[in-house]
Design a protein around this ligand. Structure first.
Ligand code: AP5
Length: 212
């Protein structure tokens, strides 16, 4: 089972990709999560990647393609994967085809939501520093004040979830990533999903389409 989850920042890609990975018993591969781990380091590469992420820009293809090709070559990804955050532009989509789609085509889901919803979701997001669980101050608050209900880790706001970076990320999405919707639609691989609904409802729609 190979699944790609597309959608603008805050559309719920990460939330749904985690659920899909568990449901299909394949790894959830999030380029955002991998990069956030990488920038914790003190290397030159970490500093460089951090400056792109914090300003809401895409990390250069050369860097991200190396990371993704390495991850897809790991044993657990041989039986399938849920890709969240990759591809992010047409060049990455073409590279992915060479890397992972030689035999069977993946299912591509596109989560749709209005800018108003996206901004509200991103600005209220809180992430666990230990297990990376996602919360939202209004829609999905943790049962423990400012702590993760899963592991007790501290919750924080991502650096790129600040207003200026959010605006840039939405701009970059429209220019660089939105063309992927047409790209996969032309290949008859795309299923669009209403991402405005509740987390549970969105997941039910995804599963319904997976079973078709
Ligand atoms: P990445 O981490 O991929 O961020 P993003 O695409 O901007 O997406 P988000 O993580 O903000 O949102 P999401 O759609 O996953 O929503 P979520 O489920 O968290 O990338 C970060 C950066 O890394 C990029 O800007 C770029 O710099 C770099 N990067 C990554 N991949 C790259 C690539 N391939 N090439 C180049 N650069 C790359 O949900 C958001 C919030 O809403 C949460 O609080 C959640 O609890 C809540 N929520 C979710 N679903 C619902 C719902 N249905 N109802 C109510 N609330 C909901």
């Amino acid at each position: 089972m190979k699944i790609i989850v597309l959608g603008p920042p805050g559309s719920g890609k990460g939330t749904q990709a985690v659920r899909l990975g568990k449901y299909c018993r394949v790894p959830h591969i999030s380029t955002g999560d991998i990069l956030r781990q990488l920038v914790k380091g003190k290397t030159f590469l970490a500093k460089r990647v951090k400056s792109y992420m914090n300003s809401g820009k895409l990390v250069p293809d050369r860097i991200i393609v190396d990371i993704v090709s390495g991850r897809l070559a790991e044993k657990d990804a041989k039986k399938g994967f849920v890709l969240d955050g990759f591809p992010r532009n047409l060049n990455q989509a073409e590279i992915l085809e060479k890397l992972a789609m030689v035999k069977d085509k993946p299912k591509v889901f596109n989560l749709k939501a209005s800018d108003k919803t996206l901004v509200k979701r991103i600005s209220g997001r809180r992430v666990c520093g230990s297990c990376r669980a996602n919360y939202h101050v209004e829609y999905n608050p943790s049962k423990i004040m400012e702590k993760c209900a899963n592991c007790g880790g501290s919750l924080y706001q991502r650096d790129d979830d600040k207003p200026q970076a959010i605006r840039n990320r939405l701009k970059v999405y429209k220019k660089e990533s939105r063309p992927l919707v047409r790209y996969y639609a032309k290949k008859k691989m795309l299923v669009s999903i209403n991402g405005e609904k509740t987390e549970k409802e969105v997941f039910s729609s995804l599963i319904k389409h997976l079973k078709k």
